[in-house]
Design a binder for this molecule. Structure first.
Ligand code: ADE
Ligand code: ZN
Length: 340
């Protein structure tokens, strides 16, 4: 297939984004603009020099820069602008449903009120719902390099905004911070009505995926790359149709893989795993949804029916009600049929 033809096909697919850290969508241009209006001096003298620093050997090297970038976000308007810029961008890529992570502790630990953070994000999501027809869910992520006690404080701070938050997640430095470290706060979060997901098996072992499923009781795994090393786990993921939200360009940039050709998503589809493709931190990893689909399709020589499966899987894995899932999945199939 011609690359222009493939790009056009991918552009037209109705898409759901389920694995996106809003702080990871912070484009350098917007970062400089917000830094300037908040009188903050960045350590880099231009957008170009900041972008040059975006070379990572592992997850931690990325996280160190990602947390620094987030420090320029101070006011509700900053969180609104960050979120709105992401929504405009993905609307152009025909993304019709988003499930967005935010990291409250990255901000509250700097003295920014939980309310300031969530109100800016929420207002942008609501505006996108009414003006761009993008539906959404909002997921509060606990930082796993911090203690469970600190996660409990975050849970407490979230309660006045419970109606705006659909679930909790677990992100940040994976190795050495297993899901089991957060068993109590995940139980308490579920008791508050929050749905549960966790990053597992990105850099960490397959055991962490087992823990996320069996100890935390998550209903979706973020990444999960490492599951293929454990055939029992693969059987379990297939049996339960437990979704894996994969992020190929992130995996490449964080050296989870050496080459995109080694990405496990095609093997996962072959085995019947409910695998999906997303962008993770698009401003840092060189691509939003379309670019993740495109680069993966080229590297793995995916055919149109694999693209169709990936797009349908994302709606299936979403937290939309059944009728909405069915409506979107039908729109994916109708779209691919219209190409024949
Ligand atoms: N926070 C933002 N992006 C992340 C990733 N890929 N893994 C863990 N934590 C993250
Ligand atoms: Zn992530």
């Amino acid at each position: 297939m011609e690359s222009i033809q493939l790009k056009n096909i991918i552009q037209g697919i109705p898409k759901a984004e389920l694995h996106l850290h809003i702080e990871g969508s912070f484009e350098p241009e917007l970062m400089f603009k917000i830094a300037q209006r908040n009188n903050i001096t960045l350590d880099y003298d231009s957008v170009a020099s900041l972008k040059k620093a975006y070379k990572f050997n592992n997850l931690q090297e990325f996280l160190d820069i990602y947390y620094i970038g987030a420090q320029v976000l101070i006011h509700e308007q900053d969180f609104f602008d960050l979120t709105w810029a992401y929504l405009i961008k993905v609307h152009e890529q025909n993304v019709v449903h988003v499930e967005v992570f935010f990291d409250p502790q990255t901000h509250t630990d700097r003295g920014i009120a939980f309310e300031t953070v969530i109100t800016g994000i929420y207002k942008a999501l609501e505006k996108a719902k009414s003006e761009l027809n993008i539906s959404y869910r909002l997921i509060m992520s606990y930082l796993r390099h911090l203690s469970e006690e600190e996660a409990f404080k975050t849970l407490e701070s979230s309660l006045p905004f419970k109606d705006w938050i659909h679930g909790v997640g677990l992100d940040s430095s994976e190795v050495g911070n297993p899901p089991s470290k957060f068993v109590n706060v995940f139980k308490a979060s579920a008791a508050q009505g929050y749905k549960l997901v966790a990053h597992a098996g990105e850099e960490g072992p397959a055991d962490y995926i087992w823990e996320a499923i069996d100890i935390l009781n998550v209903e979706r795994i973020d990444h999960g790359n490492r599951c293929l090393s454990d055939s029992k786990l693969v059987n379990r993921l297939v049996e339960e149709q437990m979704p894996l939200t994969l992020c190929p360009l992130s995996n490449l940039e964080l050296k989870v893989l050496e080459n995109l050709e080694d990405h496990p998503v095609a093997k996962m589809l072959d085995k019947g795993i409910l695998a999906t493709i997303h962008s993770d931190d698009p401003a840092y990893f060189g691509g939003y949804m379309n670019e993740n689909y495109y680069e993966t399709a080229i590297a793995l020589n995916l055919n149109v029916s694999q693209l169709e499966q990936l797009a349908a899987n994302a709606f299936e894995a979403s937290w939309l009600p059944k009728e909405m899932k069915e409506k979107h999945i039908k729109s994916v199939h109708d779209y691919f049929q219209s190409l024949e």
